[in-house]
Design a protein around this ligand. Structure first.
Ligand SMILES: Nc1ncnc2[nH]cnc12
Length: 592
């Protein structure tokens, strides 16, 4: 990580031969290296800490002095596994979480890379260097739903080029972990190369048994945040895999996971915590990394351990402990003033030596980014009129004597196959014969293919909705009424991406997400919270039975969670690795 302060300057400040720029006096410093609370002064020069100790620091007329008497002084919090695209974008997310004390976020690049390719992504990374705080990246090696051309898109040369960027500190989670288990040469080689470059290999081993985890560890995966039981967390820990405890909007698992600390009394040295891309309402209510610490401590984790997990442990895992994660000379001055060790809400946030927030208010300006400059392609490459064809939205079914494999939701994101006898009408499944069934289609934004499914237990009374907010970012259209589905699909097309809900002929909710189809382009966090709340309410009013609609949409189109999913290649049975109904080609004539 780049620093502006020179070592020699820091030496001079430490020896009192050069005045500090900023002094934090008389606070109780949380020493996450030794596990002590120490009444000390801190001298900051430019962006770095120069001195920590009891002596009075050399100041002059330009030195800013903060009286921290009665305050705890903590290292800035680190989110080692962020997804900066849950309606919010990198700027609106930072705007919200920096004043809450998260001074470093390590971000997944999936949707940016899918839409921008290496060139656009590199340019964006460069432009985002001006964001306050440390905004770092992990790069994907595969997508989350195989698509025609995936291997070319994630090719060795382009991935390698990105890994060489200073801001890229490792490879991102491979959700299709069985590919690692089977020793896929591209994945294994790239992960190895990343490690040789001193970078990390983040993991995603949902549902992986202890035995199989051995191979994952052998393959070089450094961390996993997918444990959902205390036993699974322990499995990872025992095999030398950094265990990232997750408490997200989708999976608020901390109460279960911390049992290994509170009851099992295991060492927390190799544990970190993550919010794993929570929805905007969750951040608004529960906070971000501050919320993880608060929750862990409420659950009985000793304060020092909870703080270490989100500071020095995360820095050590990320191979960045020379730069961030603790209050010590030579480190970046990422420092929080905490009025107490209960709420963990900082009264001041210092990032790289600058006071960037006070009492939850951001004090620095954010860059104006024109997000779509990095994307060369138009959002849709087919003509809108194509979406008028109501048969697009119907599931092909030639005989009432045959069953249809229906996608039955058992939870927000987990589905199972339910074979149902459905009447056939004009060559399509007549879903109105069974209350609660919906048609779902995934339409390629380039206009080349369409995949189809029938859903049950998604929302009883949903006429139509359309969303590019899903892990393929293609056009997902769901509903019981093909006319309403067409209206929703066309509205999303007009917005260049987003989410729309329709009753009959009436659009009742529209959320524009023109940046990759996942993110709003403006930097207001409040707006995305409002939109998220409206969406969840609209779906619940129409019978959606779960707590996190954004994750239901996100993962309906993935290829790694059980059991039936709607992916670019068709209706897909994940465990069997089998396409039950292949995607159909779309009429070339309608392509722009
Ligand atoms: N695997 C994933 N892909 C996209 N967004 C996410 N948020 C949390 N996990 C995610």
């Amino acid at each position: 990580m780049k620093k502006t302060a020179k070592r020699t300057e820091l030496i001079e400040v430490a020896q009192g031969r050069r005045p500090a720029d900023l002094v934090i006096k008389g606070g109780t410093v949380i020493n996450v290296y030794s596990g002590e609370f120490l009444k000390q002064n801190i001298a900051v020069y430019k962006d770095c800490i120069a001195y920590v100790g009891e002596k009075d620091v050399e100041v002059d007329h330009h030195t800013k002095v903060i009286d921290a008497e009665g305050m705890y002084v903590s290292p800035g919090f680190i989110e080692p596994h962020a997804h900066p695209w849950v309606l919010y974008n990198p700027v609106s997310m930072t705007k919200k979480v920096l004043p809450l004390g998260t001074t470093t976020t390590v971000n997944d690049n999936l949707f940016f890379y899918l839409h921008m390719g290496p060139k656009g992504f590199k340019k964006m990374v460069n432009d985002l260097k001006v964001l306050p705080g440390n905004f770092l990246w992990l790069v994907r090696l595969v997508s989350q739903a195989d698509f025609p051309g995936e291997k070319e898109w994630f090719n060795q040369k382009d991935v390698q080029e990105l890994l060489e960027l200073d801001e890229v500190i490792g490879t991102a989670e491979v959700t299709r972990w069985p590919q690692i288990y089977q020793g896929d040469p591209f994945l294994i080689d790239t992960m190895e190369r990343a490690k040789k470059m001193g970078k990390v290999v983040d993991g995603h081993t949902a549902g992986c048994s202890y035995d199989k985890l051995n191979s994952i560890a052998a393959a070089g995966v450094s961390a996993c945040h997918e444990a959902i039981t205390a036993k699974e967390a322990l499995n990872r820990l025992r095999l030398g895999i950094w265990t990232t405890m997750r408490n997200s909007s989708l999976r608020p698992d901390l109460p279960e996971l911390v049992k290994i600390i509170i009851e099992g009394k295991v060492s927390t040295n190799r544990m970190t915590m993550t919010t794993d891309g929570p929805h905007p309402g969750f951040i608004e209510e529960e906070g971000f990394v501050d919320g993880l610490v608060r929750k862990a401590v409420e659950l009985g984790v000793p304060v020092m351990n909870a703080l270490q997990m989100v500071t020095i442990n995360a820095a050590f895992y990320l191979r960045l402990d020379d730069h961030i994660g603790g209050i010590a000379p030579g480190r970046l001055a990422d420092i929080l003033l905490l009025p107490n060790l209960k709420e963990f809400r900082p009264s001041a946030v210092i990032s790289k030596g600058e006071i960037v927030a006070k009492k939850g208010e951001l004090l620095v300006s954010m860059p104006e980014i024109h997000w779509n400059q990095y994307i060369k392609r138009e959002p849709f490459l087919f003509l809108k009129e194509m979406l008028n064809d109501l048969n697009l939205y119907r599931y092909p079914h030639s005989s009432s004597e045959k069953t249809v494999p229906v996608v039955y939701f058992t939870s927000n994101v987990i589905t199972k196959r339910k074979d149902m006898m459905l009447p056939s009408k004009d060559g399509f499944a007549h879903i109105a014969a069974h209350k609660g069934l919906l048609n779902a289609v995934l339409i390629d934004r380039k206009g080349k293919w369409i995949s189809k499914a029938i859903l049950e237990r998604f929302a009883l009374n949903l006429d139509g909705m359309a969303s590019t907010y899903n892990t393929t970012t293609e056009l997902l259209v769901i509903g019981k009424n093909p006319d309403s589905m067409a209206i929703a699909a066309k509205k999303v097309y007009e917005m260049g991406g987003g989410i729309v809900v329709v009753d009959g002929n009436e659009v009742i909710l529209e959320i524009p997400l023109p940046f990759t189809g996942m993110m709003a382009i403006d930097s207001s966090f409040e707006t995305v919270v409002e939109n998220h709340v409206k969406l969840q309410a609209a779906l619940q009013e129409r019978g959606f039975p779960f707590h996190d609609i954004l994750y239901t949409l996100l993962f309906l189109t993935c290829d790694f969670l059980p059991d039936l999913k709607l992916v670019p290649l068709g209706l897909y049975a994940v465990k069997e690795n089998q396409i039950l109904l292949p995607a159909q080609p779309l009429n070339e004539a309608i392509v722009k």
